[in-house]
Design a protein around this ligand. Structure first.
Ligand code: F6P
Length: 545
């Protein structure tokens, strides 16, 4: 890894000059100048076609960006990850989520030890356990079949499985339900439990650490709800857990056969491929989950072996760096047009922003450039009727990712036609815009309002069909994209120290918030007047309840 100044690199300077040269060019001109632009700047890998031609790039841009990636050690970083090196330096951990979808006999090593035997053994246990629950061999305390799954977790122990379960909803067993509870606001747990029979409910406590405050609170509340109705001994039949902290899960009272391990080389936001996917496995069956892994594995092989210029995650990463650093683009908007992918932006928010929202390099020096962008988005059709106005006409440049499958719930039927028309039209409008000349018949006073600058970039991912396999490819594509960007920026994409300070301060506030206002005043003395004032307002309201 090259740790010298990023912006001083000749490759960076070459990009800067190239950006200045391209600045005056509208994408309309780039398309007009090259009838083969789409063919040249799009890429198919199996059932995924990526069109990146609607970007402010030329082939030269891609090759200059690839050169930057090369000198920043992307190839070495990629090899180090697959080799199980401790690339998460601040936590001294390997980063080996790719082992979780390694379905070949290939060994994956951490410190000279092959992790695959344990991974395979856990997969086998997941298959057995999920089959037993689904087929009624593992029943609840009263003998009823367990058909309501409630996943309790937060962050990566919530967003990944919730997104994947929703994306694979068509494969869910019609007899089963699944709910996801992350928020300590009791309202969420109450909603999940409102209509379900405790005798038919299985809770899964997902927590890598088993110490996360929100998850612990919800787990205790779920346990109290269950035992009030079925008695203390029911815990062993109605709870499962996934954690690196296997002992804590057992101490909670969970039956050892329902406790599944995780490993410190799996980051929370990369953990859906592990037993954290248990809720998905229970409602969709293990075979569907295996297909998810197979799709991710295919993307892993592509990422690992393809040259930088022919590598889908790398290309998307390069384009992202291009806008973040050479066009000052603050954000990326992600719009899946498939309803089943509507939760993808939430998963991506953690994946991207927790990974690359960093202010220092791996060596601890202040970064010289922008790093990870703000990620936002939502279902394409709905988003068109809310925030697309800003994408089209605000002075801000917001690069967009559009995602759509060629077939939907009604095949290539009328609903797909409308979605496809809208998806393509939006990318076209962003590209072309509308000039004053196009508005000849519009009253002059309205023309500025109806003009669109265009020249606004987008990628379009066309998926053959939203199968578990394709879904696996899609998620892995973005994981590797984020990793490559982190390598270019020189940050550690696998730690998340930025979430710690808030956690610590919340912990230190708790004693005051549990105390009487008079006593709390003393405890709050050292805090700023805003925090203390708001805390006291809360305590006074609480005292009056
Ligand atoms: O607070 C952030 C975080 O550490 C995430 O990285 C993680 O996915 C989440 O909390 C939940 O952590 P755990 O799985 O240990 O409960």
């Amino acid at each position: 890894m090259n740790s010298s100044s990023l912006t001083a690199l000749p490759a960076w300077q070459a990009l800067k000059a190239h950006a200045a040269a391209l600045a005056g060019q509208h994408m309309r001109e780039l398309f007009a100048a090259d009838p083969d632009r789409f063919a040249r700047l799009s890429f198919s890998f199996g059932p995924v076609r990526a069109d990146y031609s609607k970007n402010r790039v030329t082939l030269e841009t891609i090759s200059l960006l690839a050169e930057l990636a090369r000198v920043r050690g992307v190839e070495e970083g990629r090899a180090a990850m697959f080799a199980g090196a401790r690339i998460n330096t601040t936590e001294n951990r390997a980063v080996l989520h790719v082992a979780l979808r390694n379905r070949e006999e290939r060994p994956m090593m951490v410190d000279g030890v092959d992790v695959m035997p344990e991974v395979r053994a856990t997969r086998a246990r997941l298959r057995t356990f999920s089959d037993d629950v689904r087929q009624g061999r593992w029943r609840g305390a009263t003998g009823k079949v367990l058909r309501h799954i409630v996943n309790i977790g937060i962050g990566g122990s919530h967003l990944g499985p919730m997104f994947v379960a929703d994306a694979m909803k068509d494969l869910q067993s019609p007899e089963m339900t699944v709910a996801f509870v992350s928020n300590p606001d009791r309202a969420q747990l109450d909603d999940a439990l409102a209509k379900i029979d405790p005798a038919e409910t299985l809770f899964i406590i997902c927590s890598k650490t088993f110490t996360t405050a929100e998850t612990t609170l919800n787990a205790d509340a779920a346990r109290a709800w269950l035992t009030a109705r079925l008695g203390e001994t029911a815990v062993a039949k109605h709870f499962a857990a996934v954690s690196t902290n296997v002992e804590a899960a057992k101490t909670f009272g969970i039956h050892p056969d329902a406790v599944f391990p995780m490993w410190d080389w799996v980051g929370g936001r990369y953990s859906v491929w592990s037993a954290i996917g248990l809720s998905v496995i229970l409602v969709c069956g293990y075979d569907a989950f295996d297909q998810l892994l197979a799709g991710a594995e295919a993307m892993d092989r592509h990422f690992e072996t393809a040259s930088l210029e022919q590598n889908l995650p790398v290309i998307l990463a390069l384009i992202g760096v291009w806008y973040a650093d050479f066009f000052d683009a603050p954000a990326v908007a992600v719009m899946p047009y498939d309803y089943r992918l509507k939760l993808f932006p939430f998963h991506l928010q953690q994946l991207d922003m927790e990974s690359n929202g960093k202010g220092v390099t791996k060596e601890g020096a202040k970064v010289e450039t922008q790093t990870g962008p703000i990620i936002f988005g939502g279902g394409g059709a709905d988003s068109q009727h809310s925030f697309f106005q800003l994408l089209h006409q605000s002075p801000r440049l917001i690069p967009c990712d559009f995602i759509i499958a060629l077939k939907g719930a009604d095949g290539a039927g009328p609903s797909r036609d409308l979605l496809m028309a809208n998806c393509l039209a939006q990318t076209e409008a962003l590209l072309k815009g509308r000039t004053a000349a196009d508005l000849a018949s519009t009253p002059e006073s309205l023309r500025p309002h109806r003009e669109f600058t265009g020249n606004r970039p987008s990628n379009t991912l066309l998926l053959d069909e939203l199968t578990p396999y394709v879904l696996g490819m899609l998620i892995a594509l973005y994981e590797h994209k984020v990793f490559v960007q982190g390598l270019i920026w020189g940050v550690n994409s696998f730690d998340q120290w930025g979430v710690e300070l808030g956690k610590e301060l919340a912990k230190s506030l708790m004693p005051a918030l549990r105390d009487k206002p008079a006593a709390a005043e003393g405890l709050l003395k050292a805090r700023d007047s805003s925090t203390a004032g708001l805390a006291l307002a809360y305590l006074q309201a609480k005292a009056q309840q």
